[in-house]
Design a binder for this molecule. Structure first.
Ligand code: PLP
Length: 359
């Protein structure tokens, strides 16, 4: 059996070295005589692991000390509700940028808790473009501005951090966290689920400025209250310890690769060559505005009808898996997160060119 190049949008591919290390440590983790899955979360070994993953993440992203780092569960979608519950702080409105399907879902949840002001709306261009920020309708009284830096489904990614004039900026970085260096101090809160660019599903990272926590709505359950989780070291209940362990392996792997600057160079190169191959072909097409094309998720359609199934089958036979696009947009999507080796992108491009010549 051999591993394929796996272009799945999430849960997504992981580095082979990391999986081998997990395999080697499965029966006896760090000399404890048991696996990490079998350890109590309050043992000294697990507490040490928690410190280690927090420190490694702080180092990778140079997170300032006045930010809490929380490792929560329930996925990024749960944060769509936890964010208004925690961050409204007595205000009644929040600004949301509607640039894709994930921001749409975040808005749907937020409406249960506050008046949502849509600051910018990309619905008319089918989530392929972002209006210039000077055309946005930002509200100075908003509790926060929420946006989705990388829309995973349509492959639309901001190439800048919006300046929200002092209103806390909240970002759903589920599909592009750790893909490039980041100035965390520009944000009030950053959140990301693990299963795209970090590890297996089960854990969600929340990085939040400390002055924003502690004023959750009174009905907020303890587990969903950032202040309570910060106080308990993200252990207000049993955390998904196996996901924490994998995140720890990933953070070490990223450091070994040279950190986020080095990873970003490779990511840029992978995306640039794939988009170039699409643009140069007469069969494939990507309709996202060039400036906002995602570095992580590259959707494309085949302009000649009736070829999609054949494309997917032949790709799979060539060792290239899970390229089917999201059902909302159809076509194909190659998710090329940090863990996708450049050789995987090269193999995809070669296959696409061969397929075009034959069809
Ligand atoms: C995948 C994804 C989510 C949803 O994550 P869950 O952990 O399934 O809730 C939210 N936002 C973005 C941008 C995503 O890519």
């Amino acid at each position: 059996m051999s591993r394929i190049y796996n272009f799945s949008p999430g849960p997504a591919t992981l580095p082979e070295d990391l999986l081998k290390q997990a395999q080697a440590e499965l029966l006896d983790w760090r000399g404890t005589g048991c696996s990490v899955m079998e350890m109590g979360h309050r043992t000294s070994e697990m507490i040490a692991l928690t410190k280690e993953i927090e420190n490694d993440l702080r180092e990778l992203l140079t997170i300032p000390s006045h930010y809490h780092v929380l490792f929560l569960s329930a996925g990024a979608s749960a944060q769509f509700a936890f964010i208004p519950m925690n961050l409204l702080r007595g205000k009644r409105t929040a600004d949301y940028c509607l640039t894709g399907h994930w921001s749409q879902k975040a808005i749907y949840e937020a409406r249960r808790y506050c008046d949502v002001n849509i600051a910018t709306d990309s619905t008319d261009n089918l989530f392929t473009n972002i209006a210039p920020i000077n055309e946005w309708r930002l509200n100075r009284d908003a509790a926060y501005v929420h946006y989705t830096p990388n829309e995973t489904i349509a492959g639309l990614e901001f190439n800048y951090i919006p300046d929200t004039q002092g209103v806390p900026l909240v970002a759903d970085m589920s599909s592009n966290i750790l893909s490039q260096p980041l100035d965390v101090s520009k944000f009030g809160l950053i959140y990301a689920c693990a299963q795209k660019n970090i590890g297996p599903a089960g854990m969600t990272i929340v990085i939040v400025r400390d002055d924003l926590v502690g004023q959750a709505l009174p009905e907020t359950p303890t587990l969903f209250d950032y202040a309570a989780q910060a106080k308990e070291g993200s252990m207000a209940n049993t955390p998904p310890t196996l996901s924490w362990y994998f995140a720890g392996l990933m953070f070490k792997w990223l450091k070994q690769q040279g950190g986020l600057a080095a990873i970003a160079t490779i990511n840029q190169r992978k995306a640039a060559k794939l988009y170039a191959a699409i643009d140069q072909s007469s069969l494939y097409q990507n309709s996202v505005a060039t400036a906002y094309r995602s570095i992580m998720n590259v959707p494309f359609v085949l302009k000649k009808p009736g070829l999609d199934e054949q494309f997917l089958q032949e790709a799979r036979a060539a060792g290239l898996g899970y390229l089917k696009g999201h059902k909302l947009v159809g076509g194909m999507r190659a998710s090329i997160y940090n863990s996708m080796p450049e050789a995987g992108v090269d193999a995809l491009i070669e296959f696409m060119q061969r397929f075009e010549e034959n069809n």
